[in-house]
Design a binder for this molecule. Structure first.
Ligand SMILES: [Zn+2]
Length: 468
């Protein structure tokens, strides 16, 4: 993920205006993608490429905006910039959502349980989760030079993970074909990986947890060292351990459950976009999707929290997930943050009209400062295995609570209680709304429009920032 540090800096400037891509490219904003692109083209003497030019990519920088055409060179530079965006060249999820709406397939008013109802089953499995396994799994992932989505080592990391998951599945008791592991091919070298535990009702809405396996070194994406211990090796190994222990326990859900390791998150949510579009095209119902992207860092001197992202997620699913904190986690608080457009793979599901939730390692102002380069290792001061284990517990609880028999199924006419934040937790919630873009949501839609402030400050993740 993520460009939060950028937002933190731009918000400090406190000079707000509505950013509209393309149309305001030459005006007063230093921190917008449009300004960045105009500056790049000015420095290279180029203009927007033609639609059919070799390697041209279609990039969307804000919800509902028209895609911008970028040359292959410009896309490479964009990946190094740290801006967040959807690469919609192959999969335009705004079109997917519109088609699902036209087909009557949107579950925008999905409802969720008022709280956990399977505590004995969940606690039996989360008590077996192992930090040692997280450590050994992450050592495997960080040993690749990088897991960049267009590199051979990125592809190897995904194929090796699929083989490992198949070995885990083969050791599971009494599963007899009920577990499948497959790679999901992309238009680039690295596949995504999907593991599935079949439900006793295979056509019931699937419950999904996701992470992104790919990494990036923004100084040198293809060949640079990018261990990606926290971003997002941490979420990736949380999923591996959840899968290992749930299959070892012979877990048999009513709804199918799936574990997704996405490729190409750092290239514009490519892997998750392809899968979300495929599920939408197949008419696959999704009960809910939980993204884990960075779970291993607690800023020294701060108290550990689960930071729930509040934009581009489903508020009801988020409220339900908060109830799992009190039930299954200990010695941890709840905080809230916005992370803006396209900040991780949950956004692919939200953009496709599915329900997603995104619990993050901290508030955005307190996140790991070492991502997107060779410094993202477990040796970072503040890297915290106990913290990452908490998110493994949360992921297991999420899957089990929404898939075990008796879990409510979303329906627009359901009478299930819709959880609100006022009933979700007895813990104090700290809301952090400073130092990031403000967001407004229209009353008639859960889609939101992001208003971004600007400055001429250079964010730390932007190595080629032109106004340093
Ligand atoms: Zn990430």
């Amino acid at each position: 993920m993520l460009s939060h540090s950028f937002f933190a800096l731009v918000a400090l400037a406190a000079s707000s205006f509505l950013w509209v891509p393309e149309t305001q490219a030459c005006h007063n904003h230093g921190g917008s993608p449009a300004y960045w692109l105009a500056n790049l083209r000015n420095s290279t003497g180029t203009t927007s490429p033609f639609m059919n030019a070799p390697g041209v990519r279609k990039i969307r920088f804000s919800d509902g905006a028209a895609p911008v055409l970028l040359s292959a060179f410009e896309k490479d530079e964009l990946e190094r910039s740290g801006f967040r965006y959807f690469d919609v060249t192959e999969n335009d999820l705004d079109e997917v959502r519109a088609q699902r709406a036209a087909d009557g397939d949107l579950n925008l008013v999905a409802t969720f349980p008022s709280g956990p109802t399977h505590q004995s089953e969940v606690k039996a499995i989360i008590s077996t989760l192992s930090i040692d396994n997280l450590k050994s799994d992450l050592a495997v992932l960080t040993a690749y030079n990088n897991r960049y989505y267009r590199s051979s080592t990125g592809a190897a990391s995904a194929n090796d993970l699929a083989a490992k998951l198949k070995t885990i599945a083969s050791a599971a008791p009494g599963t007899g074909g009920a577990i499948t592991v497959k790679t999901f091919s992309n238009t680039f070298t690295m596949p995504s990986v999907i593991a599935r535990i079949e439900g006793t009702n295979p056509t019931a809405p699937v419950v999904i947890i996701g992470a992104h396996l790919d990494t990036i070194n923004q100084g040198s994406p293809m060949n640079g060292r990018a261990p990606g211990a926290d971003d997002d090796g941490s979420g990736s190994v949380n999923l591996i351990e959840a899968f290992r222990k749930m299959t070892a326990a012979g877990f048999k859900p009513a709804n199918p459950v799936e574990y997704h390791w996405y490729a190409g998150e750092e290239g514009g949510l490519l892997g998750s976009s392809a899968i979300a579009k495929a599920y939408a095209s197949a008419g696959t119902a999704v009960r809910g999707m939980l993204q884990l992207d960075m779970t291993g860092y607690v800023k020294p001197g701060t108290n550990p929290v689960v930071g729930f992202i509040t934009d581009y997620v489903d508020a009801s699913l988020t409220a339900f997930t908060k109830t799992l904190i009190n039930a299954y986690l200990t010695n941890i608080g709840i905080a809230e943050s916005k992370c803006g457009y396209a900040c991780s793979d949950h956004a692919s599901w939200t953009s496709s009209g599915y329900s997603s939730v995104f619990p993050f390692e901290s508030t955005f102002s307190n996140d790991n400062p070492s991502i997107h380069g060779d410094g993202d290792t477990v040796n970072v001061n503040g890297f915290d295995w106990d913290h990452s284990l908490q998110f493994t517990k949360l992921a297991v609880a999420f899957l089990m609570e929404l898939s075990l028999p008796g879990s409510a199924t979303p329906s627009s006419s359901s009478s299930s209680t819709v959880v609100t934040t006022s009933t979700s937790s007895t813990r104090p919630s700290s809301t952090t709304t400073t130092a990031r873009p403000t967001s407004t949501t229209s009353s008639s839609s859960r889609r939101s429009t992001t208003t971004t402030t600007s400055s001429n400050a250079c964010p730390r993740w932007w190595p080629n920032c032109p106004w340093a």
